[in-house]
Design a protein around this ligand. Structure first.
Ligand code: AMP
Length: 567
């Protein structure tokens, strides 16, 4: 069987899949012919829609449709769709399964092994949740790759001989990452990564949504779910338009009354200043960790759709006195790089001369107490064992001594983060090792903490007198999935009815017709109702040629409508 390495960019807003074919990474289109598949899932009466068709339903079926769930990865949030609760991992697995299906249809072979990208600033629980989502999608995760590293790989693969220090600024839908890499003789070495896992393009959309409400004099909290969804969609369109235009008019119909709000780029930039300032924190931390001067960087790469905003580009240019580069579409770079990483993992000979090294995203350490000179003790302090930005894979050990011969076990808690207090870091798990009964007072336990190449942690303890090892993968504590868990969750998702791939274009058009119908008024509304009925009738006729012809006609009419009204 042919083996094609696959890379997936599992994004907050959109996801992409790419494959390494004939020495090149190539994007794979979905059934609609697009490279970007919206990371949106809609479920009603057990019927599942993923991607564009689901995105169209954000407005018409907001209670049965979920978006931006990547932001909740690694939390115990649950979203009810069609009366059933789904975790962010479940929903992500549905997006992954869809991308897998697209790749299999395009490449004509079965796909099992994947490299999936994650924000560099994803912690253990978020990374573990992504790994779980792969297991639920029936995929074998070969490796997680950090998004900025993947983007740099997409650039580096074409310029292997260059000697460059470059900075990657990645502002996606929900996350922000900054990475500094050095490239020489085909070696790409990540020097430092920093970021904010809760800052992205969607925050800029929220700013505009609030601006719209302010102008309408409607309190956001009092709007219903449908109106909030509609305003968010208009705000998103406005955000994208304001990247090219100085002003954009939003038309909104509320309780049969039409409202027109003019948004200027200047007002948007003013309102978004606090978010822009938050972006400076990880940039400065990354510069500090590498000890580099702002002028020492040769190239700046912008990745993620939200870096198209002029205010982001200006801020980066001002910060580094250098214009960023845009040779690769900022939406495509991560997926292309993930495919390169997948090819590297499968030892593709076309990449013999490339080596990539990455770093640990966070410090990992334990809970300690410190005795002060006056004899008082301060508890809950964080003692790092592996510091952030240590090259991966990395292992460090720490020895714990028994205090007396009666002690039956040694225990500690393991945290990830940068704060001096463990309470402000992420608790990964509690580690408890039983000690032998006949205890020598000097008994000690050696705790070995390892970051693997995916930035995932493992812990192993050895009782030194007996040599007994307790292997513990932190995943068991940080919500890893047992085989039974996977089986139970798959059972739940098996009940979902998936549309055949060749029907996906039709589903997307039907969802779009229904969205436009709900938004329109008067004559336009009845015209669209007729179009829905016409398309339904053609679908029932099951003549593929006729379906394609009518679909083309209807899409043209809808494009004209969307151009006027909303994207
Ligand atoms: P990604 O996760 O990389 O797909 O980034 C998607 C984010 O980029 C979303 O928040 C989009 O709304 C945003 N985005 C895409 N294109 C533009 C644009 N031209 N101007 C502003 N934001 C954009």
């Amino acid at each position: 069987m042919t083996h094609v390495p696959i890379g997936i960019d599992l994004g907050t807003t959109n996801s992409l899949v790419a494959a390494f074919i004939d020495g090149e990474p190539k994007l794979i289109p979905n059934a609609l012919g697009n490279y970007l598949t919206p990371s949106v899932v809609s479920i009603e009466n057990n019927e599942l829609l993923v991607g564009q068709a689901a995105r169209e339903r954000l407005l018409t079926h907001p209670k049965n449709t979920a978006a931006v769930f990547k932001r909740k990865m690694g939390t115990d949030a649950s979203l009810r769709l069609g009366g059933v609760a789904y975790s962010p991992e479940d929903l992500s697995s549905l997006v992954l399964a869809k991308l897998r299906q697209d790749a299999e249809a395009y490449l004509g072979c079965e796909i099992r092994d994947v490299v999936v990208s994650v924000p560099a600033y994803f912690n253990q629980t978020q990374r573990q949740a992504t790994k779980n989502a792969c297991a639920l999608a029936g995929l074998n995760l070969v490796r997680l790759v950090n998004e900025p590293t993947a983007a740099a790989l997409a650039y580096g693969v074409h310029q292997r001989d260059a000697e460059t220090q470059f900075l990657v600024v990645d502002l996606g839908g929900g996350t922000f990452d900054v990475t500094i890499l050095e490239m020489f003789d085909g070696v790409m070495e990540v020097k430092a990564s920093s970021g904010d896992a809760f800052l992205g393009g969607e925050d800029f959309t929220e700013v505009l949504a609030k601006l719209i409400c302010e102008k309408l004099d409607f309190p956001w909290a009092k709007l219903g779910a449908n109106l909030q969804s509609e305003i968010r969609a208009r705000a998103n369109t406005a955000k994208i338009r304001l990247s090219d235009d100085d002003a954009w008019t939003v038309s909104l119909q509320i309780k049969n009354e039409m409202h027109e709000i003019v948004l200027s780029r200047q007002a948007f930039e003013e309102a978004a200043k606090p978010i822009l300032r938050r972006m400076l924190v990880p940039i400065e931390r990354c510069m500090y960790d590498t000890g580099l001067d702002h002028h020492a960087l040769d190239r700046i790469l912008l990745v993620g759709g939200a870096t198209r905003m002029p205010m982001v580009r200006h801020m980066v240019t001002r910060c580094f006195s250098k214009f960023p580069e845009f040779e690769i579409d900022p939406d495509h770079a991560v997926a292309l790089g993930a495919a390169v990483q997948a090819a590297l993992a499968s030892e593709d000979r076309a990449l013999d001369d490339i080596v990539v090294t990455d770093v640990s995203p966070f410090s990992v350490g334990i809970d300690v107490s410190e005795e002060l000179p006056d004899g008082k003790c301060v508890h809950g302090l964080f003692a790092p064992i592996i510091e952030r930005n240590t090259p991966l894979p990395a292992s460090r050990n720490e020895v714990f001594y028994a205090r007396n011969a009666r002690q039956r076990s040694v225990s500690t808690k393991i945290y990830q983060g940068e704060s001096a207090y463990v309470s402000e870091n992420v608790l990964l798990g509690k580690f408890r090792v039983k000690l032998p009964r006949k205890l020598d007072e000097a008994e000690c336990v050696d705790l070995l903490i390892t970051y693997d190449t995916s930035g995932l942690l493992e812990v192993e303890a050895t009782v030194l007198s007996t040599g007994e090892k307790t292997g513990m993968v932190i995943e068991a504590l940080a919500d890893g999935l047992s085989e039974q868990d996977v089986a139970a969750r798959l059972e739940k998702m098996k009940a979902l009815k998936v549309h055949p791939r060749d029907n996906e274009v039709n589903q997307a058009l039907l969802s779009r017709l229904r969205r436009v119908h709900e938004m329109a008024l008067g004559n336009t509304r009845s015209q669209i109702l007729t179009m829905i009925a016409q398309f339904d009738a053609v679908l029932n006729g099951r003549d593929p040629k006729e379906i394609e012809r009518v679909r083309g006609e209807l899409e043209e009419i809808l494009d004209a409508f969307d151009d006027l009204y909303v994207s």
